[in-house]
Design a protein around this ligand. Structure first.
Ligand code: ATP
Length: 198
């Protein structure tokens, strides 16, 4: 018996959370979330947060010692060297948390790993299949502008900071198209989970 480990990825706002909530509700699958581990990596008093404050000064922290994410975001958004440095701190931690959690799952279980940066963080080797949640660029922009209450320019800048969705699509085992209704989306998820790949 082998584990079935589904790596769920896509672009910003293409529908990863919508799909993982559906898989949890309808199929009771365990959901492992890279964003949760990435937040844990920089918890108050964590070694990584200490490295961050040693590099950027205590100004990067709030008075209670927790990370000021907005400030850190401003540093790394326009500086790729600093972004790489930060990723080298966080990615190994996230990988480690995934592997130790997977080891505790039964040997024949199916689990969903939600990993927005699956390709960028080179985490493809920890999953057994890759699903990319895709939607048309216009829809993606519209949904994140609405959800995050940001302008078209801000939404475009966020999308541009990631690997292109077209490139992710090429690397997928399964492409789930979330351009239209939720009903249509869930139908594709049902097919994919039953391995009726389309
Ligand atoms: P992020 O990576 O930014 O966290 P995500 O990939 O998890 O985003 P979701 O949060 O699932 O994306 O979806 C983005 C937004 O679009 C949400 O507000 C969600 O409710 C909405 N949405 C998702 N799919 C559809 C759909 N088929 N029709 C209408 N709205 C949708």
């Amino acid at each position: 018996m082998t584990q079935r480990l589904i790596g769920l990825t896509g672009g910003i706002g293409t529908g990863k959370t919508t799909v993982s909530n559906y898989l949890a509700d309808k199929y009771q699958l365990p959901i492992l979330d890279a964003d949760v581990y990435a937040r844990e990596a920089v918890d108050i008093d964590s070694p990584i947060l200490q490295n961050i404050s040693a590099r950027y000064g205590d100004d990067i922290l709030f008075p209670d010692g927790s990370l000021n994410r907005k400030k850190l975001g401003e540093i790394i958004f326009n500086n790729s060297d600093e972004r790489r440095w930060l990723e080298q701190q966080i990615h190994p931690f996230v990988r480690q948390r995934f592997t130790e959690t997977i080891e505790k799952l039964p040997p024949d279980s199916t689990a969903v790993l939600v990993v927005p940066l699956l390709f960028e963080a080179n985490l493809t080797d920890i999953v057994t299949e890759i699903w990319v949640v895709y939607c048309f660029p216009e829809k993606q922009l519209e949904r994140i502008m609405k959800r995050d209450r940001i302008t078209l320019e801000q939404a475009q800048a966020r999308i541009n900071s990631q690997m292109s969705l077209e490139e992710k699509k090429q690397k997928a085992d399964v492409v789930i198209d979330n351009t239209s209704t939720l009903e249509n989306l869930f139908k594709q998820v049902d097919l994919a989970i039953n391995r009726d790949y389309f």
